[in-house]
Design a protein around this ligand. Structure first.
Ligand code: GLP
Length: 261
């Protein structure tokens, strides 16, 4: 099962995420990282940017793949995930833009885009560390309930609750695209380490399903139970429906320091 780490707040989570990222990049300067969008990882990206700059760490060879993109939003649209990743990750961390990949959501090329994305991830040697958030519907990436646990990058229809949640980033709910291109659950499971983050009470049900529920395509987050190295970092609110929270705290408090996450 996944290792569950219950932290005080997003800043404490950011400290753990940043430590894992820095350790990876020091060990492998051309590491391949998987990037999530959404609000959840923002504190981690900010802290990572600060630490990279403070340490003068060379990240020019770090490669990255975003999880997903909207279909039909031009890349220069401020809410395209290409724009979000540029704004929140590439610029503050000073990554090399050509080494950061986002699925191509142009409807004209969409069939090839999905297959090309899988090829690019494989050609890079696979993803070393994948940051994940989770949606209220239990989605990881944009794999809505019903997504095959073996799925690869492809076009999906967004669930209406997901469109409603993401409406806050758009002028109106109607402006939220109806489709996306997303790494599949099978793609995500190929990453060597998964780091799933969730904060706040709205995520408690999705986290309980992901960590302790039956493994099911109906609860896409539960696919992490199939992964040999998945770490779930949550605050108390997001952990509030976990049945074995006391055990997770005990395990974390007694974890030998050399093990890291
Ligand atoms: C978004 C993204 C996911 C993200 C999730 C949660 O729509 N496609 O990658 O993890 O929904 O978003 P947030 O972190 O804003 O709660």
């Amino acid at each position: 099962m996944a290792e569950v780490v219950i932290v005080r707040d997003e800043e404490a989570a950011a400290t753990l995420v940043t430590a894992a990222m820095l350790e990876l990049i020091r060990r492998k300067p051309d590491a391949v990282v998987g990037l999530a969008t959404g609000s959840t990882p923002l504190a981690s990206y900010r802290l990572l940017a600060t630490r990279i700059s403070d340490e003068g760490l060379d990240v020019s060879r770090v490669r990255a793949f975003a999880l997903d993109e909207y279909v039909g939003l031009p890349p220069q649209h401020p809410q395209s995930y290409r724009s979000v990743i540029t704004r929140e990750v590439i610029e503050p961390l000073r990554l090399t833009p050509d080494l950061v990949h986002v699925p191509n959501g142009d409807p004209a090329n969409i069939e090839h885009s999905a297959a090309d994305y899988e090829t690019a991830i494989r050609a890079a040697g696979g993803i070393d560390l994948q940051i994940l958030g989770i949606g209220r519907t239990g989605h990881i990436g944009f794999n809505e309930p019903g997504s095959s646990l073996a799925s690869l990058t492809r076009v999906k229809t967004l669930a209406e609750p997901t469109r409603a949640d993401n409406a806050r980033f758009f002028a109106s709910a109607a402006d939220v695209p109806t489709h996306c291109i997303t790494q599949g659950i099978g793609t995500i499971l190929r990453a060597r380490h998964l780091l799933l983050l969730a904060f706040g009470p709205a995520k408690a049900g999705a986290i309980a399903d992901a960590v302790e529920g039956p493994v099911s395509a109906t609860r896409p987050g539960s696919a992490i139970q199939l992964h040999p190295h998945a770490t779930v970092i949550v605050d108390e609110d997001a952990a509030s429906q976990l049945q074995h929270a006391d055990y997770y705290r005990h395990a974390w408090n007694n974890k030998p320091e050399w093990q890291g996450i």
